[in-house]
Design a protein around this ligand. Structure first.
Ligand SMILES: Cc1cc2nc3c(=O)[nH]c(=O)nc-3n(C[C@H](O)[C@H](O)[C@H](O)COP(=O)(O)OP(=O)(O)OC[C@H]3O[C@@H](n4cnc5c(N)ncnc54)[C@H](O)[C@@H]3O)c2cc1C
Length: 419
């Protein structure tokens, strides 16, 4: 089977790259083994919140300039501030074309409210997520009885420290009782599925109305809207004060919504998505199309001049750590890592962890190497890459989006240096 491009991994990076290529009319396949990190994410995307020396970043362009001095191997530094800035703006537009109405600016990060009631820098957030400035004197945080993946008291105690008057409440929603019988099923995604029924949504309004009367804002867990944010808009029209949603423990409804929207767009553009399949081998022979062998396709080899590795980090087994070191799982590509295992981590759990920066080494063209040899036609993107710390630097979603679009532009022949 021949394609213009084959992508390994259908998370944020692989899907954004595939969508850009499909929008340009390329015949593109995405092979993806399992769930992506999106299902475990907040639903907000980070671009750059902190520099390696710990300085917070608000002005993104200035932050990128300083980053290139502090971390020359960071994927943003390899690409250069101008390209990163341009791709970030393009990425926001691409997400909008997928039907994702995210709020935020490329030039200036915002602070979103977390499920712990603290704030965290972000680039793009769903409109239902509260953002600074929080102009509330008085706020009510409603949990759902028996739902353990969101604790209103955490939010209330953090907001109270900012001088906001807080109240907590518990929604009963008896229609959810069948879920309550099985703790493992009482999750945000299952609640969202139940709330798709009009009578259950109407019951939610009935319970929210009395809480909404004497407060500046209502907060509740993000258990609404697997496909889009229409239910949230509708609820806001029914209530006398604004309703906001906060992410829960995984599985994440906003993350699943993003995954589905990206997959929908890729398929609608004619892309071939192969979920549940696994790339077992990628063979690069100079002068020939790259051969991709997958578990489900057996001896039918997929072939393309361009293969993009978007297989994720340790979380998705794109990278694997064992006693001998860290390796890239499919080809054994060259990986940046510290020589000694004792340097993999810092004993203080809350400090930046060196292992977060391990990953596939690439150049400015996003080309990886195998035992020092270039692999023509192969590109690596997203969280499989080395050189950045998505947690400490708050740049995970941004690196995925920016490198995905750079890879796509390189395949389309507009990325500067030739493949
Ligand atoms: C738990 C968690 C939460 C996060 N939350 C946020 C957040 O809120 N905001 C933010 O900006 N960033 C967040 N990040 C950072 C995150 O890494 C990125 O935002 C992004 O979602 C990662 O996308 P990715 O496509 O690189 O990898 P992944 O999402 O990991 O996707 C890789 C995909 O490749 C597939 N795959 C792997 N190997 C193979 C193979 N051999 N064959 C076929 N398929 C394969 C996997 O099954 C998976 O579906 C989070 C990361 C984690 C781990």
């Amino acid at each position: 089977m021949k394609f213009d491009a084959i992508i390994t991994g259908g998370g944020l990076a692989g899907l954004m790259c595939g969508i850009r290529l499909a929008e340009a009319g390329k015949r593109c396949a995405i092979v993806s083994r399992g769930q992506s990190a999106l299902l475990f994410s907040s639903g907000s995307l980070d671009l750059l919140s902190r520099l390696p020396d710990g300085q917070p970043v608000t002005d993104i362009r200035a932050g990128l300039e300083t980053l290139s001095r502090q971390a020359p191997q960071h994927p943003y530094s390899l690409l250069g501030a101008d390209r990163v800035f341009g791709y970030a703006a393009d990425a926001a537009a691409l997400l909008a074309r997928c039907g994702l109405t995210l709020q935020g600016e490329t030039a200036l990060s915002h602070q979103r409210l977390t499920p712990l009631g603290t704030t965290r820098g972000a680039w793009l957030s769903p409109p239902e997520v509260p953002r600074q400035p929080l102009a509330w004197r008085d706020v009510t945080i409603a949990g759902i009885a028996g739902f353990l993946d969101f604790q209103p008291e955490f939010v209330a105690s953090s907001l109270a420290k900012r001088g906001i008057v807080t109240r907590t409440a518990e929604l009963q929603l008896p229609a959810l009782d069948p879920l309550r019988l099985h703790a493992g099923e009482f999750r945000a995604v299952h609640i969202a599925r139940n709330l798709e029924q009009p009578d259950v949504l109407a019951a939610l309004v009935e319970e929210l109305l009395p809480l909404a009367r004497d407060t500046d804002a209502l907060l509740m867990p993000a258990c609404l809207g697997l496909e889009d944010d229409q239910q949230w808009h509708w609820l806001n029209q029914q209530l006398p004060c604004p309703l906001y949603l906060l992410p829960t423990l995984p599985p994440s409804v906003p993350g699943l919504r993003m995954q589905r929207a990206l997959e929908r767009r890729f398929r609608a553009l004619g892309g071939t998505l192969m979920p549940g399949d696994e790339v077992r081998r990628i063979t690069v022979n100079p002068g020939e199309p790259i051969a991709v062998e997958t578990r489900n396709h057996g001896d039918i080899t997929l072939r393309s001049q361009h293969v993009v590795l978007a297989s994720g980090s340790f979380f998705s087994n794109g990278l694997i750590a064992d006693r001998s070191g860290v390796r890239e799982a499919i080809m054994g590509l060259d990986v940046a890592q510290s020589a000694s295992r004792s340097d993999w981590y810092q004993t203080d759990f809350f400090k930046p962890q060196p292992w977060q920066q391990f990953g596939v080494q690439v150049d400015a063209r996003l080309q990886p190497t195998l035992r020092g040899a270039a692999q023509p036609g192969l590109l690596a993107i997203g969280s499989v890459l080395a050189g950045y710390d998505p947690i400490a630097q708050g740049c995970g979603g941004g690196v995925c989006a920016v490198t995905a679009l750079h890879a796509a532009e390189r395949i389309l022949g507009a990325g500067g240096t030739e493949l």
